[in-house]
Design a protein around this ligand. Structure first.
Ligand SMILES: [Fe+2]
Length: 469
């Protein structure tokens, strides 16, 4: 059930539906009827097309939006590099940069709040793979900000789509296509190129970002599950047109372009879109609306049943990025070790915790605002304490994850860790493995032998000797 009702009142109106063709006008009659680019758009507006896919992308993938605005986006000065010591948005895959590809399991203590910076300066790339210039791969960021962006500043990323997972605070995001309030337990996706400005109505914010350099997020296929469950399309919310009228103030437009930040000036607000229609827009989703499913007999399915959004590679079923959550849910499986099994995965798994306690890690090391990374084929699973508890637990129906929300960015790519993520942030737990898995004890017992070398009747019949605990 929605978990944020009443806690922070909604202040904006939205249009509902995932990948729905929306249209919105802040002034009645601002959308041209029939034509996209009439000789004279209504009210003296300029028509501008925003393409999120190639013009010729297949119809089911095609994402474009027509904007009707007071001045076109192109009216600005040249972009200049903007240097800063506060942010880190580069994958460091440049010849002189450093990125660490290491097989160790990694875990981070909670990342600090930082009240001295705004949204843009708060971005810190922790890990990633690929290259935005090739439109291939992902970037994983931590953000922690305490200041509103300047009143006359807007930001966009040319590198990819931002999937923002808010862990702390409230985000009030003014986008070209309208306003979005992101509340605790909600996520927000801002596609490549869309300009926005972030303010913080409740003070400091913190969270995680998955930047997708290629394609766009989709809902996962449901296969035999059928036509409902997991994240339902109607629960995704897109903004409605909302514009400012300002053609006399100097604005700074910040562009994240190939992992570097640039700034240009213009004499008008970028938030002047009076009407729009299309399929390419930002949206938000309340994780509390996720309809979780699971086993009602024995064993448990792969965690892919918890996928909220996916971005597929060219190989069907293999994701460049899956966004997966672990919401509160009932465990009822019989004769089953209920936490995740021990495993090694050809995919890489970056996890974070929004609030509460993750059921596979009941020790104190995985905390809200912290993170972990289990890279390609890096072995992991429940820590020793969780294994011990789960192996003797009474298997009655049991609810896990109450008031908790862990999530995972899973990728088929091998993820490298930046210098900031491994060293500068000073949050890596040196004793992660020693604390989690090195204490695991062997419980193996050979079956009892009878003098002639055959197994005893008890062990053949599955007696106590075969039960590992
Ligand atoms: Fe895993």
């Amino acid at each position: 059930m929605p978990s944020i009702q009443g806690a922070h009142k909604e202040k904006y109106r939205y249009q509902n539906g995932f990948n729905s063709y929306h249209e919105s006008e802040a002034i009645e009659g601002a959308l041209p009827i029939g034509a996209n680019s009439p000789q004279k758009p209504p009210y003296g507006l300029y028509a501008e097309k925003l393409s999120g896919t190639a013009f010729t992308a297949p119809r089911h993938e095609n994402q474009q939006t027509w904007l009707y605005r007071i001045l076109p986006s192109s009216a600005h000065s040249a972009f200049e590099p903007r240097e800063s010591s506060t942010y880190n948005i580069n994958l460091e895959s440049k010849p002189h940069g450093k990125i660490h590809h290491i097989p160790n399991q990694l875990r981070w203590d909670p990342f600090d709040l930082d009240e001295t910076v705004d949204w843009v300066d708060s971005l810190h790339l922790v890990a990633g793979a690929g290259d935005p210039t090739m439109k291939a791969g992902i970037g994983i960021f931590i953000f922690a900000a305490g200041k509103d962006m300047d009143p006359h500043e807007a930001f966009y990323s040319a590198d990819g789509d931002f999937l923002i997972v808010l862990q702390h605070g409230l985000l009030d995001i003014q986008t070209e296509l309208g306003r979005i309030l992101v509340r605790p337990n909600e996520i927000c996706v801002i596609p490549r190129g869309i300009k926005y400005r972030v303010t913080l109505p409740k003070g400091p914010v913190r969270g995680y970002i998955l930047e997708l350099y290629q394609g766009h997020f989709q809902l996962p296929e449901l296969g035999p599950i059928g036509s409902n469950c997991l994240a339902n399309a109607r629960d995704f919310q897109a903004p409605t047109a909302d514009f400012d009228e300002d053609t006399s103030t100097t604005w700074h437009i910040l562009s994240k372009f190939a992992g570097c930040l640039f700034s240009a000036k213009q004499s008008h607000t970028p938030f002047d879109v009076v009407a729009w229609h299309g399929l390419y827009y930002p949206y938000k989703y309340d994780l509390g609306r996720f309809n979780t499913i699971g086993s009602i007999s024995f064993d448990h399915p792969d965690p892919s049943i918890f996928t909220v959004l996916t971005a597929q590679s060219d190989r069907p079923g293999t994701a460049i990025a899956d966004f997966v959550i672990f919401p509160p849910r009932w465990l009822v499986a019989e004769d089953t070790f209920r936490p995740p099994w021990y495993h090694r995965n050809t995919m890489s798994e970056f996890m974070g915790l929004i609030h509460g306690q993750y059921d596979a890690k009941t020790g104190s090391g995985f905390q809200p605002a912290g993170a972990s990374l289990h890279n390609v084929m890096s072995a992991h699973g429940p820590d020793a304490k969780t294994h011990e508890k789960a192996s003797i637990a009474e298997l009655s129906p049991h609810k896990v994850g109450e008031s908790s929300m862990a999530f995972m960015f899973e990728s088929c790519l091998m993820v490298g860790v930046t210098e900031w993520g491994l060293k500068k942030c000073k949050k890596v737990q040196e004793d992660y493995n020693a604390e989690s898995w090195e204490p695991l004890k062997p419980h193996f017992k050979r079956p009892d032998k009878i003098g002639n070398g055959t197994a005893s009747e008890e062990s053949v019949l599955g007696g106590k000797a075969q039960v590992p605990h």
